[in-house]
Design a binder for this molecule. Structure first.
Ligand code: ZN
Length: 135
């Protein structure tokens, strides 16, 4: 893992957050899509060397809704880019790091993703993601 792909940020309103990043901070909105498996609407912002992934809950059962309820809006996870995610998951497990999902699931942008448990990673929710093509 040697490249941060994106930083995930939990927000209560995509519309307001997109306006913040684009109109006020001058960044480019790449695209918005719904990721039903995670219960979120996702907007990607181009921050140059890294993407900002804005996560808005679709419903109250969404893990992002629960996160915002508990801690408020803010940084949710850091995602590292990998190739061959299955091998990476096996390596991570071997090192004794607990995963939230041991099988890759579909994330935004057609990526395959897996999350490590913050208990194993110093309190930081870490994602690894494999993409077939760049956004
Ligand atoms: Zn992510």
């Amino acid at each position: 893992m040697n490249k941060v792909d994106h930083i995930g940020i939990a927000v209560s309103s995509l519309q307001e957050s997109i306006a913040l990043y684009t109109e006020k901070l001058g960044m480019q909105h790449i695209k918005t899509e719904a990721v039903y498996s995670q219960g979120v609407n996702v907007a990607f912002i181009d921050a140059g060397n890294v993407k900002i992934e804005l996560l808005e809950p679709i419903n109250r059962e969404s893990p992002i809704a629960k996160f915002i309820e508990k801690r408020g809006q803010g940084i949710h996870h850091i995602a590292y880019k990998v190739s061959n995610i299955e091998n990476r998951i096996a390596e991570i497990k071997e090192k004794g790091i607990q995963l939230i999902n041991e099988n890759p699931t579909a994330g935004a942008g057609g990526a395959q993703v897996a999350f490590m448990h913050p208990k194993s990673t110093g309190g930081v929710l870490m994602e690894i993601c494999e993409k077939k093509e760049e956004l």
